[in-house]
Design a protein around this ligand. Structure first.
Ligand code: DX5
Ligand code: ZN
Length: 220
């Protein structure tokens, strides 16, 4: 298995929104490898969060890569603004297109890493013909829209199948999982072949004194 080292990406969706700059500094200090930013449009998903202006303002609070998860449709018109705001990885849902291959090329044209997100019901076949163009695949282990939901077990099988497909290609494509990650589900995902774990509640729950221990507990 050519899994990359495990990286933990705290989702700032569960941070204190009145102090996001401080929260990002605290979680970076605590050992976060990436900063996961959930962008929701109140249309593709039933929640509304932050836009590129906020991402740009937050960018200076950490040197770690910003992993921007776009839950917006249509997606292409917003890609330039998030690239300019300082995103390092930009991921979008296959359903948010309408043209998945075009959006991947658009993200790459800004020199950013391109990721595609698979909802719990989205089959692997949705990315069969673009897998080799991707830097990252994100498996949703909850339905997108909210933090604090329960992990959907069926996604472990999808992670394992994706690990096989990535290894067969022989490219260092990151395999990320998002939703319901805690020390127990983190272990299931790592064992199935995941190498980037997003966690909101499990990192930010309980106050900043616990961030370092919370991140460490997810590394397995
Ligand atoms: C859900 C978001 C997740 C969410 C994870 O739409 O994509 O990143 O914040 O939250 P937890 O870790 O609490 O499930
Ligand atoms: Zn996310």
């Amino acid at each position: 298995m050519s899994q990359n080292p495990v990286r933990i990406a705290p989702s700032i969706l569960s941070a204190d929104f009145s102090a996001l700059g401080h929260e990002i500094e605290a979680v970076t200090e605590a050992g976060a490898d990436w900063i996961h930013v959930d962008v929701m449009d109140g249309h593709f998903v039933p929640n509304l969060t932050i836009g590129p202006v906020v991402v740009k303002a937050l960018r200076k609070h950490s040197k770690q890569p910003f992993d921007v998860h776009l839950m917006v449709t249509p997606v292409d018109a917003l890609v330039p603004a998030f690239a300019d705001a300082g995103a390092d990885v930009i991921s979008f849902h296959t359903e948010a297109g309408p043209h998945v291959h075009r959006t991947i090329q658009l993200i790459k044209s800004f020199g950013k890493k391109a990721g595609v997100v698979l909802n719990p019901s989205t089959p692997l076949s949705a990315i069969e013909y673009v897998l080799g163009d991707l830097d990252l695949v994100l498996v949703m282990s909850v339905n997108p829209g909210f933090g604090g939901q329960a992990f959907i077990d069926s996604q472990v099988r999808k992670i394992a199948a994706l690990r096989k497909a990535i290894d067969a290609l022989g490219k260092p494509i990151d395999l990320e999982v998002d939703g319901g990650i805690n020390p127990h589900t983190a272990r299931l995902c790592i064992d199935a072949g995941a190498d980037v774990l997003v966690a909101g509640t499990a990192v930010f729950g309980g106050g900043s004194g616990g961030y370092a221990a919370n991140i460490k507990a997810l590394r397995g």
